[in-house]
Write a protein that binds this ligand. Structure first.
Ligand code: 15L
Length: 271
């Protein structure tokens, strides 16, 4: 992998990932609508609005692999999700195709499958159960990735990211947490694995309380170094008492409970 572009470079996950990918690849092109803070001398910033195909195409010029973190990273109004995540992700894949990019790592989310109950361990190929408009946009992005992989030969890896942080912050994150080093390792696997066609894996560390069956990531060489259990005692000691029953029941937590109007008991009985 010679030239790598990271979109959403001013955002939270990028702030963890950028220094790690700069170390690995020697340089990095970074894009966002606003200039990220603390740019390294080995990083080149290209301003690009994901909703503008011409700008995204210019950012992709001469690039071999993309880590696509750009877009709206939580639930939001439909117009916001539509522009940043639906149109924006389409523009990213289409620009990558036009510019002959070989690899795209798509930042999907646990919220693509957030309406699975916490007592299930789910593999990557379950029927999607997005828990928000944001989650739906991640399912859309995974679908686009598959289409560009099988129709146009782009190598694509969708990472269903749990929660990136230097340590897990609550009981739910003990199941879905991923350390910055571990997500950097998954990006490298996605960018560098020869002959990669299309993959969906869960981006979580080696967590005993995980809700995911992630054998495919391990088969691709993933060897996470971090374990949420190291923090469990401290995290659980300061955990707030159980809140909303919908948020507590489903993997997606509060994303599932927000705007909720369904008959919870009736629906839960079908799980
Ligand atoms: C996500 O997908 C969000 O981007 C992040 O802000 C967290 O809310 C995370 O999921 C989570 O579920 O903890």
């Amino acid at each position: 992998m010679k030239t790598v572009l990271m979109t959403g470079a001013a955002g939270g996950i990028a702030t963890w990932l950028r220094p790690r990918l700069v170390e690995r690849y020697g340089s990095l092109r970074v894009s966002d609508i606003k200039t990220p803070e603390n740019l390294d001398s080995r990083e080149t910033f290209v301003a690009a609005d994901l909703a503008n195909l011409a700008e995204v195409e210019a950012a992709c010029d001469g690039i071999d692999g993309i880590v696509h973190l750009g877009g709206h990273s939580i639930e939001g109004p439909w117009d916001t999700i539509l522009n940043a995540n639906i149109i924006g992700t389409y523009n990213l894949f289409e620009a990558a195709r036009r510019k002959g990019v070989k690899r795209v790592i798509f930042a999907s989310s646990n919220h693509a499958v957030g309406y699975y109950p916490r007592d299930l361990r789910i593999p990557p190929d379950v029927v999607p159960r997005p828990d928000s408009r944001y989650g739906v946009s991640k399912v859309f992005g995974e679908g686009l990735g598959a289409m560009y992989a099988y129709k146009h030969g782009l190598g694509v890896m969708s990472l269903r990211i749990g929660n990136v942080n230097d340590q897990p912050v609550d009981a739910r994150r003990l199941a879905i947490w991923i350390s910055p080093d571990d997500i950097a390792q998954l990006c490298a696997i996605g960018l560098e694995t020869p002959e990669l066609v299309y993959e969906v894996v869960y981006a979580t560390s080696d967590n005993d309380r995980s809700w995911y069956e992630n054998a495919r990531a391990y088969a691709l060489g993933y060897r996470p170094k971090s374990q949420s259990e190291d923090y469990a005692k401290v995290v659980l000691a300061s955990e707030e008492p159980a809140g909303d029953p919908v948020a507590e029941y489903y993997q997606g937590g509060t994303f599932c409970a927000d705007e909720y109007t369904a008959d919870f008991d009736k629906i839960r009985a079908k799980d």
